[in-house]
Design a protein around this ligand. Structure first.
Ligand SMILES: Cc1cc2nc3c(=O)[nH]c(=O)nc-3n(C[C@H](O)[C@H](O)[C@H](O)COP(=O)(O)O)c2cc1C
Length: 175
């Protein structure tokens, strides 16, 4: 099993979460399965070397993509992700940007699905957050389409959310 974790991070919060997810999954698999890449330095075509991708993105500027994802968006549009499993996690701020909470997760999800990827890791605990709107919700609003982390107002929940999401990923990938 090899997992490619690709993230973009402006002020390092997504990067810190990526490191925690890497540590957690390596522990669960009892092997160094996760290779981590900052998309600022790594061409996104490298994603094609992995069957399972974990993608990390933060939301900026009232519902916009993190800047490195934004500048490499068309690179993803050029990739055929058919047969790839993709899990997404995001960083956002449900208090400061409550109408646009985690919007970039929803946008990245829709893009990779359009490129043929199979998503796993939808996050069920939406009642654990307070926000006005999000593009990262499923149509029935019962799930986020990836793990939603908020280090601004719920930092104390991040570690347990990551641990629980990684367990969920493991059970979905083994199903
Ligand atoms: C100027 C600014 C705009 C932001 N806009 C949003 C937003 O629209 N939606 C959201 O959920 N979070 C928003 N955030 C919160 C960031 O996503 C959050 O700080 C995140 O942890 C940044 O992660 P990064 O350092 O990995 O880029 C914003 C933060 C700043 C400073």
């Amino acid at each position: 099993m090899k997992i490619g974790l690709f993230y973009g991070s402006t002020t390092c919060y997504t990067e810190m979460a990526a490191e925690k997810i890497q540590t957690q999954l390596n522990t669960l698999f009892d092997a160094p399965v996760v290779e981590m890449f900052n998309i600022k330095d790594t061409p996104l075509v490298e994603m094609l070397n992995f069957d399972w991708l974990i993608l990390g993105i933060s939301t900026w500027d009232f519902g916009e993509l993190q800047e490195d994802w934004e500048s490499h968006w068309s690179d993803v549009e050029a990739l055929d992700l058919t047969g790839k499993t993709v899990s997404i996690f995001g960083l956002g701020d449900q208090v400061g940007y409550t109408e646009w909470f985690q919007d970039a997760v929803g946008m990245l999800h829709d893009l990779v699905v359009a490129q043929g990827a199979e998503p796993i890791g939808y996050w069920p605990n939406t009642e654990d957050y307070e926000f006005e709107g999000s593009k990262a919700l499923t149509e029935d609003k019962s799930h986020f389409v990836g793990l939603a982390l908020d280090d601004e107002s719920q930092y104390e929940k991040t570690d347990e959310r990551i641990a629980s999401w990684c367990e969920q990923l493991l059970s979905e990938i083994e199903a």
